[in-house]
Design a protein around this ligand. Structure first.
Ligand code: FES
Length: 95
């Protein structure tokens, strides 16, 4: 789906390299929304443990819900997209 207003019940994931935008409802998975849209991204566990779905945040504020990233990795922009949400209306990823 395309982008939606910031006050909708979710957030927009913007892919910096392709320019694609995908709306993710609160509680849904960025990873699975991207896969549904045909965006090829690696993953394995789907629950924030393995580290396979690692992506880099370009802008926005992720709501980290994984169990594998260190504070330092998060500060450097890493995000696990299988389980992360967003605290900002738009989360831009280096994809
Ligand atoms: S798929 Fe394992 S941490 Fe996201």
């Amino acid at each position: 789906m395309g982008s939606q207003p910031a006050d909708a019940d979710g957030f927009t994931v913007k892919l910096a390299r392709s320019g694609k935008e995908v709306f993710v409802r609160q509680g849904d998975s960025i990873l699975f929304e991207l896969l549904d849209e045909g965006v090829q991204v690696p993953f394995s566990c789907g629950v924030g443990i393995c580290g396979a779905c690692w992506q880099r945040v370009v802008s926005g504020e992720p709501d980290h819900r994984d169990f594998c990233l260190s504070d330092e990795e998060r500060e450097r922009g890493a995000v696990m997209i299988c389980c992360a949400g967003s605290l900002s209306p738009t989360l831009e990823l280096d994809l």
